[in-house]
Design a protein around this ligand. Structure first.
Ligand code: GN1
Ligand code: MG
Length: 365
């Protein structure tokens, strides 16, 4: 604790740290909420980056600065209509004027301003909230739509490239083997049945049908901050994965997260379903802004995007389970297996509603 307090102190030149507690439930980094006395803003977010995942943390910080500065510049030039609030966190500097602090043990720490009077939820409670979650992603994409993706470094090579995750899965299977169980057999069969289709977005990109843009990379429900009083979306947070990619990764990820009322951490994986009315509301919120920049072909791949991102996350969790839980933080040995089963059930639910979901996309476009 003393060590944490000392690290936090690096990011508050004037203030005195009076409280520090774990915050959120990220699967990769460690996040803390820090309270200080003697600064204009009483809180900030302190994070230890997982260097096993983010091998080039200086590039992550570069992207973070590029994106947040761009968003703030756009909002200053053209404030949102109706006095709506939308913010991007600010990168806080250390006493030495740097955007991170390397502790003697080699940990990489950075701090961000805290978005005040806002909260996050792990699952969506009602349709109005779903619309706001979609709006947040649409606003984020819209604010970045004039930023060239070439300005962003590739901080996570292979991120959201499903064919690459399949190759890794095959390697892990060949190396470690598996102890069969009904759940493991279900997962193995599930992946086998969908291999041929898993390159659908990458094939479209390779054929020039979809083009890269700046993306968030991890727009799940609890990375959207909603105003505590109005419920309106006020920020997209957790910007470590911003890079160049297909907006389809973001749309698919937001939908696989937002339309699963039981949430991705449920143990009741057999009960998981994809709720089409939540999908309609999220897409309506998203398209209220994204209509301006999506192409006809972009719409063609929206159904595949939701199906694929659920499948892909299931594949990533399952592979990590087989590999011995080396990537995602796990609270027990079977945790990543259960997480995988949740995403596979969700994928199945999407597939069984293909016609209805395609109709929703058609109605909204
Ligand atoms: C990881 O750490 P967290 O929870 O923000 C992961 C995402 C997954 C998500 C699933 C860099 O994000 O891709 O969708 O878990 N981030 C990385 O909850 O792999
Ligand atoms: Mg994240």
């Amino acid at each position: 604790m003393d060590h944490l307090l000392a690290v936090a102190g690096q990011f508050t030149p004037q203030g005195r740290v009076i409280d520090l507690r774990e915050y959120g439930n990220g699967n990769v980094n460690d996040t803390f909420l820090v309270t200080v006395k003697g600064e204009a803003e009483p809180h900030f977010i302190l994070q230890r980056l997982n260097l096993n995942v983010f091998r080039r943390p200086e590039l992550v910080m570069g992207n973070l600065c590029t994106v947040t500065e761009h968003v703030r510049r756009r909002l200053a030039l053209a404030p949102l209509s109706g006095g709506r609030r939308f913010e991007a966190p600010r990168v806080l500097l250390t006493r030495a004027g740097r955007d991170h602090f390397l502790d003697p043990g080699g940990s990489f720490w950075r701090a961000l301003s805290f978005i005040d009077a806002a909260e996050t939820f792990d699952t969506i409670k009602e349709l109005g909230q779903a619309q706001e979650v979609g709006y947040a992603l649409g606003q984020f994409h819209s604010l970045l739509s004039d930023l060239s993706p070439d300005r962003l470094a590739d901080t996570l090579p292979g991120f959201h490239l499903t064919p690459g995750y399949l190759r890794h899965y095959d390697e892990v299977l060949a190396r470690q083997g598996v102890s069969p169980s009904p759940e493991v057999n279900y997962a193995l069969g599930f992946v086998a049945d969908r291999r041929a289709w898993a390159s659908v977005l990458e094939d479209a990109a390779a054929q020039g049908k979809l083009r890269p843009r700046p993306i968030h990379g991890d727009p799940k429900v609890n990375n959207v901050m909603l105003d505590t009083a109005t419920g309106q979306a006020v920020a997209m947070v957790d910007l470590d994965t911003v890079k160049s990619g297909l907006v389809h990764y973001d749309i698919g990820d937001c939908l696989r997260s937002g339309c699963n009322p039981l949430g991705e951490e449920t143990g009741a994986w057999e009960m998981v379903r994809f709720e089409p009315e939540l999908c309609r509301a999220i897409l309506a919120g998203y398209l209220s802004l994204a209509r301006d920049f999506l192409t006809e072909t972009d719409y063609t791949y929206l159904y595949d995007a939701m199906r694929l991102l659920a499948f892909e996350l299931g594949l990533r969790f399952f592979t990590d389970y087989l590999a011995g839980n080396v990537y995602f933080k796990a609270r027990h040995p079977e945790h990543n297996l259960v997480r995988a089963l949740v995403q596979f059930k969700l994928t199945e639910s999407i597939e069984s509603q293909a016609a209805a979901l395609t109709a929703i996309i058609r109605d909204l476009r």
